[in-house]
Design a protein around this ligand. Structure first.
Ligand code: NDP
Length: 265
């Protein structure tokens, strides 16, 4: 392996073997960034990274299952051998669950919210001052999907991490009691993205002294495996929205974007 060059910005993307994650790697690579493409299945991830960079010089690969703490730790341990620092972290990995299946709902929260949060926390030591974190969220993560009381609790600008976790636990309890809807909760997917957006604001606040920007982004409804063939946007157009959030927002932090423009949360 060639020693990492110190002056080249590096971006790491989760869930990047297919869909929006892969295309985000493609577009960031085209802009000259060194890429660390990650996926839970190494075979798929290595094949995807070789497609973008057959020589494996600028698109590097590492395994990462965002729900597996051992996998996250192993990435954090190996990262210094891949790049001198991490300028951009894109938390893209995600799954969808819109029904009432308890196991799937819990897994959706664990992947989309807890997984993104744990990956960010583990990789923060590698982000330089001025670095960027982009959380791939969704329009379905808008606060308007919540009942009125829950909405005001999530929207509280002074919400803390423990308070957010307690809100997410209360969603889980409501699900277990079979009264998620009655208590004002939307689908697990929406809850996971609402929690991710809330965490985006908390983290942005925490990282202000280091000028690390943390923003959430909606790619629009995109024709991936998740979005389905009837979705309105192509994969390159959806990924462009993510890339804009990763590259052109200046000092903006703690906000929600689509196509480079702030949208209401
Ligand atoms: P895809 O289903 O095409 O891709 C999802 C990616 O996430 C896959 O690479 C998948 O890996 C990976 N993934 C799932 N679970 C894990 C895990 N535990 N650890 C690591 N990787 C994991 O979906 P999209 O490309 O459409 O979605 C990307 C992001 O965009 C998601 O966060 C999604 O919520 C968001 N989004 C998508 C929209 C759309 O219309 N498509 C709309 C709004 C938001 P594997 O191949 O191993 O399953």
């Amino acid at each position: 392996m060639r020693p990492p060059s110190p002056d080249r910005p590096t971006a790491l993307v989760t869930g990047a073997n297919r869909g929006l994650g892969l295309e985000t790697c493609n577009q960031l690579h085209a802009q000259g960034l060194r890429i660390i493409l990650t996926s839970r299945d190494p075979k798929e991830g290595i094949a995807a990274s070789r497609k973008l960079d057959p020589e494996g010089k600028d698109v590097l690969y590492h395994q990462l299952d965002v729900t597996d703490r051992g996998s996250i730790l192993s990435l954090a341990k190996d990262l210094p051998g891949l790049a001198p620092r991490l300028d951009v972290l894109v938390n893209n990995a995600g799954i969808g669950s819109w029904g009432s299946d308890l196991r799937k709902s819990v897994h959706t929260i664990e992947t989309n919210y807890v997984g993104s949060r744990n990956v960010t926390d583990a990789l923060l030591p590698f982000l330089p001052d001025g670095g960027r974190v982009v959380n791939v969220s969704s329009g379905l993560g808008e606060l308007s999907y919540l009942g009125r009381e829950l909405r005001s609790r999530f929207a509280d600008p002074s919400l803390t991490r423990p308070e957010l976790d307690s809100l997410v636990s209360s969603y889980r309890s409501a699900l277990e009691a079979g009264k998620g809807k009655a208590d004002g909760w939307p689908s697990a997917y929406s809850v996971s993205k609402i929690a991710l957006n809330a965490h985006t604001r908390i983290l942005a606040r925490e990282l202000l002294p280091r000028r690390i920007s943390v923003n959430a982004v909606c790619p629009g409804w995109v024709r991936t495996d998740m979005g389905g063939p009837g979705a309105s946007r192509s994969v390159p157009v959806g990924a462009r929205s993510i890339v804009l959030a990763a590259t052109i927002l200046g000092d903006a932090t703690g906000d929600f974007y689509r196509d480079g423009k702030r949208i209401p949360w």
